[in-house]
Design a protein around this ligand. Structure first.
Ligand code: PLP
Length: 411
């Protein structure tokens, strides 16, 4: 087993079972990056950091939810305490009121998505792992660097993976030529705007991926978790691209823009047109859901419906503006010191090339111990992130301003 997975326990504590545990876990290269960082930061704090550590590592929302959302959440919870309005198990694919609202979200973007093709879940992270249940022996292509859950879950599910290298020389926007001509019938993760680099595909670039998927019989797994951060002109959905409904699943999350990281609600779109080997993907997904899930709670789904109302979307736009301004503030400090940094324009993230030959971990350590700023080492997002560090705009304005001052002094 990989070292980080070996349990540390005394001989008396150890109870040896005689069951075969999944060997897939031994193929994971390291612990989940954010948990690992939190452990190091916590140890540093306990050892007596000279001042408060500003956490600009994890991508968690910090602004509260729109009051219209919490009101809907509370009203729905109240409904549960009355016999006439109490609800038991929700429909496994989600209530139609939310699937209709999600379909309306796409309509507003100029895309046509049927409510029937929308499946409500507790988060894109869950969906990203669960999707492997319906995939067989296909290669899963994963942007490197990329959101770690794509790879970790693929490995745990015993899938074969292939990197899609996202590097400075392709502006962190790999195109199909990175995969080589022999790729057929692959599942291809794309995330735009992307985590961790903040790079975002144009419609033309996404069009090239859709063409490739259609030609090669591949399936695009499009993560739109940061759609709300897209700058004007950047597509917020893969379905803005012609042909995507024949080759792409989309994952959408309310986490980052509507501050649902704690409430938990997302959806995926599996167009009913998607078929392979004589089977519809939606049929497999429904079968999977019926065996594995009892759905998402009614109050959460009412809150999500409210999050898609006009007033809440305007509120979310303000939150997104705030996070992006924070990110821009951080990026400017690095640029001012002649250090390469990108992101912020379509994302809450700043992707920084570690200066002076520092490794990701070395630079993480330097910022933590010399400026009491916690980032995320770039190699935690894949080996392609080596030599980079990610900072986020999810801090408060006051913390971000303070971090910018500390960075300015340090660098
Ligand atoms: N997708 C990407 C690219 C992310 O960066 C994250 C969270 O950081 C998620 C999905 C998780 O989304 P959710 O909160 O809906 O599980």
């Amino acid at each position: 087993m990989t070292e980080f997975l070996i349990l540390r326990m005394s001989a008396e504590e150890a109870i040896t079972l005689d069951i075969d545990l999944s060997g897939n876990f031994s193929r994971l290269e390291r612990g989940y990056v954010f948990a690992e960082c939190e452990r190091v930061i916590g140890e540093y704090e306990r050892s007596g950091a000279p001042r408060r550590v500003i956490r600009l590592g994890i991508g968690d929302a910090t602004l509260p939810v729109c009051p219209a959302v919490s009101a809907a959440f509370a009203a729905a919870a109240e409904e549960m305490s009355h016999a006439e309005t109490f609800r038991g198990y929700p429909p496994v694919s989600g209530y139609s009121f939310l699937r209709d609202a999600a379909s309306g979200y796409y309509r507003a973007l100029g895309a046509s998505v049927s409510p029937e093709d929308i499946y409500i879940s507790d988060g894109t992270k869950s969906d990203a792992g669960n999707i492997y249940d319906i995939l067989g022996d296909c290669t899963v292509c994963i942007p490197d660097p990329g959101y770690p859950a794509y790879r970790d879950c693929a490995i745990m599910a015993g899938k074969r993976t292939k990197d899609i290298p996202a590097a400075a020389d392709n502006s962190f926007l790999p195109m199909p030529d990175c995969l080589g001509k022999d790729v057929r019938g692959a599942a291809i993760w794309l995330c735009s705007p992307g985590n961790p680099t903040g790079a975002a595909y144009t419609e033309k670039q996404l069009g090239a991926w859709v063409d490739f998927a259609l030609e090669s019989g591949s399936l695009i797994l499009f993560d739109a978790a940061y759609a709300a951060f897209a700058a004007p002109g950047i597509p917020r959905t893969i379905y803005a691209v012609k042909g995507a409904e024949e080759c792409a699943i989309e994952f959408y999350s309310l986490s980052k823009s509507a501050s649902f990281t704690g409430i938990r609600c997302a959806w995926c779109v599996i167009p009913s047109a998607l078929c392979s080997g004589g089977a519809r993907l939606t049929e497999l997904w429904r079968r999977r859901l019926s065996a594995r899930s009892n759905g998402v709670s009614y109050p959460v789904q009412r809150a999500a419906q409210a999050a898609l109302s006009k007033i809440a979307i305007n509120y979310a736009d303000e939150c997104v503006r705030y996070y992006k301004e924070n990110a821009a503030m951080i990026k400017i400090v690095f640029e001012g010191k002649g250090i390469e940094a990108c992101g912020a324009a379509s994302s809450p993230y700043v992707w920084i090339k570690c200066p002076d030959g520092y490794s990701s971990e070395g630079f993480f350590d330097r910022l933590l111990r010399k400026a009491q700023i916690a980032g995320t080492p770039g190699d935690g997002f894949g080996s392609g992130g080596r030599g980079y560090l990610r900072l986020t705009g999810f801090g408060t304005r006051a913390d971000t301003e303070e971090a910018a001052r500390r960075l300015d002094t340090l660098l």
